[in-house]
Ligand binder design. Sequence first.
Ligand SMILES: [Zn+2]
Length: 181
Amino acid sequence: MTEPLLNYASASPFAGQPDVFARNGLLWARNNASLPQCCMTCGAPADTPPLALHFTWDESFRFSRANTLKLRNAVTIHGYLCPAHRRRHRRAKFLGLAGMVVAAFICAAAGLAAVISESATVPRYTIPALWITFAAFALLIVFAFVLALGTRTITCVRIEDGYGAFDDVSPDLLKSLPQVA
Ligand SMILES: [Zn+2]
């Protein structure tokens, strides 16, 4: 017999629990579990394929130097969105990514223009080029927020023993799950 890797592995608080359940107003789901086929956000029927959502939860504050190996927990959950929320999700992803690429390109081009201008005999364009570089960088941050906020679905508030706890879940979806005290 080999020792269990983690001393609590054999006594998981989730032993015997379903893959997905509700507790204290939060949705709990085992890693790789699929949520019921309805919109995570509004509970409406969903007929499109599920999204794979990856969540990480940093618990470094809980651990000492002795067990730095398990600082970071991660779970993947497969969840559905209704056509309307799916469209919004897709649009935010496209707009956010496209905006970030364009802003990064402008930022790099303007930065290069500033360098070229500065090495010329008369550095005519250095200051405006630097302003454009900074403005494009600010725009990059804005589009990163569009991406992060627009594609946000449910919020992971904790990960424990291979289960994730999620907030901002549709109350209808939560009500349809097995309730665990
Ligand atoms: Zn929806």
